[in-house]
Design a protein around this ligand. Structure first.
Ligand code: NAG
Length: 733
């Protein structure tokens, strides 16, 4: 039996752009379905009988070399298909290089690496380039293929001039139905060379199949799995009785109220108590969330490798075994039980989970081994969330404060809070500035020559084709006197570097201060939830005379900066396509935004979650599948993270993880933990140093083939400086 709809098999080589390619195929080939497998998932003998089920194969890009068995997997066997097993194949980048070298070609290294670079493609105007005029396309490669046999017919080149001369950009097999391109048709900046090429491929593939009367058959494809996009139902443990809360809300309007005053009213100065502030301290932030925690508020702690989650209510600590699920599903189930529907629609947060997820939690969810056993070396937890049942949300655009409670019959607290807020507005308590004279911090910067040698190591990996971009980071350690509380330090930070994703999170044993400019992922309330990611790449220091026009010229006019941003945009599109399917859109590409001390280049990528899904945790699923943030790893993500695990000396911990919330109404908002610092506070006072405390600040930058190591060191210091201000530490050299 044959099937009517075209069915494609996409073989992915652990790339971070595969879902973009799948999405492009879905648009180019009407009504097709796409199955995606990794290149080491099946042996060729397992795959052979299943090929009859497919109309064509797409071979995706990937890190590494087509000459290495562990990088290319099953792909090299595909080219040897016997005549009766043949089907049309379209190969991209690594796949394309494999096509050429498996037919007698040779692999070489580019003199000047092309990662995230746009080139004009010079083509013959025939075959897959039929009806195409000028083609520009994005390249991500450091290796290239040179055909030596008559079997491979070149179709396109790029002329790199003195850099690399002419480089092969597309080719076909003369007798078999194999085509390929070196560039990336699926990149957001590839125009005519993307969709049209795939449409032309499909026309040629159809002709080839019609001549042979070949049609895909209806076969059992269970060993390959469901077509993309496909969401597995989470393995949730049996749900306990639902405790769906109701949201009590009261609104007061208080002109001139500050979120700092609200925090102080709610007892932020009591340092033994947990405290949460998610602070929109600058544009484009709008809502600030202050939790009013109870002594019995539930704190959820987890570290990678734990078989149980730790639950703390005040002094009571219990462990709940994960019992066959993972922490992500455990949290999903928790949120399912407390789902609420009746909060005020104007407010993004009604109550729910707030806290942080570490970088290593993301590394683990990519299936990359961690460098240490978490138990010994991780004073912080990989997941540290608190269930917030009472909160005050300040809308800075209207001066309205929403007083909200999920607790039953909590009218008295709401009334009392409302009175206290009103009293704040009339009280004349001077907001005392912290004039305490503190000795300045002792700053232990990363070892400069060591860091620079790591940049050079990173560039070796870029040249060998293992990565297009590596975000290398290091920790700076500060030792400071306790003369200022962490809250006082936070106030200094928010004054010296106000940021839209600022935060003060005191969830023992960790205190975390943020002045992050970068939203990682937000998702609105279902149904029709919209996901938004706002990756930042490209930063320059503000200085007299550096106007917006200068910043635009320096960032948007720079091939290096745009390439870094482009790679992350393509990577994030892939992350989003992986969960939501087709509906992903780049709303803004390389926009310039102004912050207190820097100009930043920001892109905005949005995706709409599928309607009609029975799952209310799709935003959480996107988060799980997109960590760690691509802007903090580089691309392709998995290989880049593996390399960074070896290049960097310490766990990143909270730095470059995310912090934020998941609201009981279903929405969520998570920011990238950069321009931030954190400290560990031992639970028992006996273990504490009474005079000094130690803070950690992470900073780094994206290393590309175009990076100048000295300039990267300076960029790292620039990012560090935005936080060092809160510690009275002078400008690092
Ligand atoms: C800094 O790193 C270099 C190169 O790795 C090493 O030789 C040197 O000893 C280090 N210096 C310190 C103070 O650790």
């Amino acid at each position: 039996m044959t099937i009517q709809r075209p069915r494609l098999l996409l073989i992915d080589s652990y790339d971070s752009f595969a879902f973009n390619l799948a999405a492009l195929c879905r648009i180019a080939i009407p009504d097709c379905s796409i199955h995606i497998i990794q290149n080491d998932r099946l042996t060729i003998n397992e795959l052979l009988p299943l090929l009859k089920a497919f109309s064509a194969i797409i071979i995706g890009p990937g890190p590494g070399s087509p000459a290495l068995a562990e990088d290319i997997g099953i792909v090299k066997d595909i080219w040897r298909l016997a005549e009766q097993d043949l089907l049309p194949i379209f190969a991209v980048c690594l796949g394309f290089q494999s096509l050429v070298i498996e037919h007698g070609g040779e692999l070489r290294r580019l003199r000047v690496v092309k990662h995230g670079q746009v080139s004009e493609i010079l083509h013959s105007g025939r075959d897959i380039f039929q009806n195409l005029d000028k083609v520009t396309a994005v390249r991500y490669h450091s290796l290239y293929a040179v055909p030596h046999s008559k079997e491979i017919e070149p179709l396109a080149w790029s002329d790199d001039g003195v850099e690399n001369d002419k480089i092969l950009m597309a080719a076909k097999h003369r007798t078999r139905p194999f085509w390929g391109v070196q560039y990336h048709p699926e990149s957001v900046l590839t125009d005519e060379g993307g969709l049209h090429i795939l449409q032309n491929f499909w026309t040629l593939a159809n002709e080839w199949s019609r001549e042979r009367n070949r049609r895909p058959r209806a076969l059992d494809l269970s060993s390959i799995g469901q077509p993309w996009p496909h969401l597995e139902s989470p393995k949730l443990p049996p749900s306990q009785t639902t405790i769906a809360p109701s949201v009590l809300t009261s609104v007061v309007e208080i002109p001139g109220i500050s979120v700092v005053e609200i925090c102080e009213m709610l007892g932020v100065d009591d340092h033994r108590s947990p405290f949460i502030l998610l602070d929109s301290a600058a544009n484009p932030g709008r809502f600030s969330i202050v939790a009013s925690l109870l002594p019995t508020s539930l704190q959820i702690l987890y570290s990678v490798g734990d078989t149980a989650v730790t639950l703390k209510r005040g002094k009571t600590v219990t462990r709940e075994p994960l019992a066959g699920t993972d922490i992500w599903s455990w949290i999903s189930r928790f949120m399912q039980r407390v789902e609420a529907k009746d909060g005020c629609p104007d407010v993004p947060f009604w109550g729910g989970l707030i806290g942080s997820l570490s970088y290593e939690l993301g590394v683990h969810s990519l299936d990359v081994p961690l460098r240490h056993n978490r138990g010994d070396s991780n004073p912080h937890h990989d997941l540290n969330l608190v269930y917030v049942q009472r909160c005050l949300v300040l809308d800075s655009s209207t001066n309205k404060v929403y007083i909200q409670s999920l607790l039953p019959d909590d009218v008295a607290w709401i009334k009392e809070s409302s009175h206290r807020l009103q009293a704040l507005s009339t009280s004349t308590t001077a907001i005392c500035s912290s004039n305490v004279h503190c000795a300045s911090a002792q700053v232990k910067l990363p070892n400069r020559s060591h860091y620079i040698s790591k940049i050079e190591d990173a560039q070796d990996f870029l040249r060998s084709g293992d990565s297009y971009e590596l975000c290398l980071t290091a920790h700076t350690h500060l030792s400071v006197s306790r003369c200022l509380s962490s809250w006082e330090r936070y106030k200094l930070l928010r004054r010296s570097n106000p940021a839209p994703y600022s935060a003060y999170i005191r969830l023992q044993p960790t205190t975390f201060l943020s002045s992050s400019p970068e939203r990682f992922l937000s998702y609105s309330r279902p149904p029709n939830a919209l996901c938004q990611l706002r990756p930042i790449k490209g930063t320059i220091r503000k200085a007299p005379g550096i106007t917006r026009a200068h910043a635009e010229e320096a960032l948007r006019g720079s091939r290096k900066e745009v390439a870094e941003n482009l790679m992350i945009v393509d990577l994030i599109r892939h992350d989003l396509h992986g969960v939501v399917g087709l509906d992903v859109d780049v709303k803004k590409f390389c926009g310039i935004e102004e912050y207190e001390t820097v100009w930043q280049m920001v892109s905005v990528v949005e995706g709409r979650l599928p309607t009609g899904s029975s799952r209310s945790d799709l935003g959480w699923e996107v988060l799980k599948r997109s960590l760690p943030p691509g802007s903090m790893t580089g691309a392709p993500k998995k290989r880049s993270v593996e390399i960074l695990q070896n290049l960097e000396d310490e766990d990143r911990s909270l730095y470059s993880g995310v912090f934020g919330y998941w609201c009981v109404g279903g929405g969520g908002d998570w920011s990238v933990a950069i321009r931030s610092c954190f400290k560990h506070e031992p639970e028992s006072e006996a273990e504490q140093d009474l005079d000094m405390e130690n803070w950690v600040i992470g900073a780094g930058g994206a290393i590309t083939a175009l990076s100048d190591p000295e300039a990267e060191w300076d960029e790292m210091l620039l990012k560090l400086q935005s936080v060092l201000g809160a510690f009275g530490a002078s400008k690092p050299r």
